[in-house]
Ligand binder design. Structure first.
Ligand SMILES: Cc1ncc(COP(=O)(O)O)c(C=O)c1O
Length: 313
C-alpha cells in the first residue's frame, strides 16, 4: 500500500503515521465496525468519486443495522472525503471510510463504547489485476458458505462479517485461483469474496437477487442499469452451481475489482475462455461511466471541488 499524506479522523486531518487506535478498541476485538469502499477516478471532469452519496448512505444503513449512532451525516462525510482527496493531491484513489466502536468499553455489549470515524485514501490499482480485467480470472467455488441471514446481516458491510470472505479468499489463493465464489446456505450461487456475480445465458444476464444473502453492491446496481440501457434483459433469480459451468459468460463486479470477466470456474472453461461479447459491452460502458466519458451517467460522479482539486499537483 502506498501511504498518502493525511487521514481524516473524527473531524480532523492527521498525518498518515499518526492515524492510530488503542489496542482495546472494541472493533479490533469484536468486529464492531462498518465501512465502505469507494473509488475516485481521474475522470473527464477532473478527480471524481463514483456514486459517493450511495456509498455513504449504505454506510449509514450498515451502522443502523448494528445499533451504531452515526456521529457525522452523509454530507459532512462527503465534504471531508472530497477535501481529503484534494489535500492529499490525489487524482485517483481508493477511499475507505470506517465507523467503529472505539476505546472505553470491553465486553460484548458495545452500546456504551464511543463511535469513531475515519476516512483513508490511497492509490490502489485494479484489485484483481489489470490483466484479470482484460483476459478474465480463474475462480473456485469455496467450501465456505456465505454468511447466513439467520446469523448475520448480509446486506450490511460490517467488519466482523468479513472473516467469512477472508476464509474463502485464503482458500482460493492457496489453491492457486484468483477469486472465490461463495454459495449461500441453500447452495445457490451468491457472490465473490468481495464482488457480486453475473452469468450470461443465450444473451440474457442473470444475477442472484438481493434476498440471496448478497451485499447489494453499488457496482452491481450500476452494471444492471448499464446492461438494461444497452438493451440486455437482466433477470434476478437463484443460480445453481452447475449453471456457472455451462454459462456462456460470467463476470464479477465490485468497487475494488470493478468489472472483471471470469474465464474459469472450478477448472471449467467459460465460453471459449476469453471475455464474451456481453461482458465486453457492459464492461466498456461501465469504464466510460467511471471515467466521465459518458454523458448519460455523469450524475454518478461527484467531482472533487476545484478549490480542493487545485491542491492536486
Ligand atoms: C462481499 C461483497 N460483495 C459485493 C461487493 C461489491 O459491492 P460494491 O459494488 O458496492 O463495491 C463487495 C464490495 O464492497 C463485497 O465486499
Amino acid at each position: 500500500m502506498k501511504p498518502a499524506d493525511l487521514i481524516w479522523m473524527n473531524g480532523e486531518f492527521v498525518a498518515w503515521e499518526d492515524a492510530k487506535v488503542h489496542v482495546l478498541t472494541h472493533a479490533l476485538h469484536y468486529g464492531t465496525g462498518v465501512f465502505e469502499g469507494m473509488r475516485c477516478y481521474d475522470s473527464e471532469i477532473g478527480p471524481a468519486v463514483f456514486r459517493h452519496r450511495d456509498h455513504l448512505t449504505r454506510l449509514g444503513r450498515s451502522a443502523e443495522l448494528y445499533y451504531m449512532p452515526t456521529p457525522y451525516d452523509v454530507e459532512t462525510l462527503r465534504a471531508a472525503t472530497l477535501e481529503l482527496i484534494g489535500r492529499n493531491g490525489l487524482r485517483s484513489c481508493y477511499v475507505r471510510p470506517i465507523m467503529f466502536r472505539g476505546y472505553g468499553q470491553m465486553g460484548l455489549n458495545p452500546l456504551d463504547a464511543p463511535v469513531d470515524v475515519s476516512i483513508a485514501v490511497w492509490e490502489w490499482g485494479a484489485y484483481l489485476g489489470d490483466e484479470g480485467k482484460q483476459t478474465g480470472i480463474r475462480t473456485k467455488v469455496s467450501s465456505w458458505r456465505r454468511i447466513s441471514p439467520q446469523s448475520l446481516i448480509p446486506a450490511a458491510k460490517a467488519s466482523g462479517q468479513y472473516l467469512n470472505s477472508v476464509l474463502a479468499k485464503i482458500e482460493s489463493t492457496k489453491a492457486g485461483y484468483e477469486e472465490a465464489i461463495l454459495l449461500d446456505d441453500h447452495g445457490h450461487v451468491c457472490e465473490g469474496s468481495g464482488e457480486n456475480i453475473f452469468v450470461v445465458w443465450e444473451g440474457r444476464i442473470i444475477t442472484p437477487p438481493p434476498a440471496a444473502s448478497i451485499l447489494d453492491g453499488i457496482t452491481r446496481k450500476s452494471a444492471i442499469q448499464i446492461a438494461t440501457d444497452l438493451g440486455f434483459e437482466v433477470i434476478e433469480r437463484d443460480i445453481a452451481r452447475a449453471e456457472l459451468y455451462t454459462a456462456d459468460e460470467v463476470y464479477m463486479t465490485g468497487t475494488a475489482a470493478e468489472l472483471v470477466p471470469v474465464r474459469e470456474v472450478d477448472d471449467h472453461t467459460i465460453g471459449d475462455g476469453t471475455p464474451g461479447e456481453v461482458t465486453r459491452a457492459v464492461q466498456s460502458a461501465f469504464e466510460d461511466a467511471l471515467h466521465g466519458r459518458s454523458e448519460r451517467y455523469r450524475e454518478w460522479l461527484d467531482p472533487v471541488p476545484t478549490r480542493a482539486a487545485a491542491k492536486v499537483a
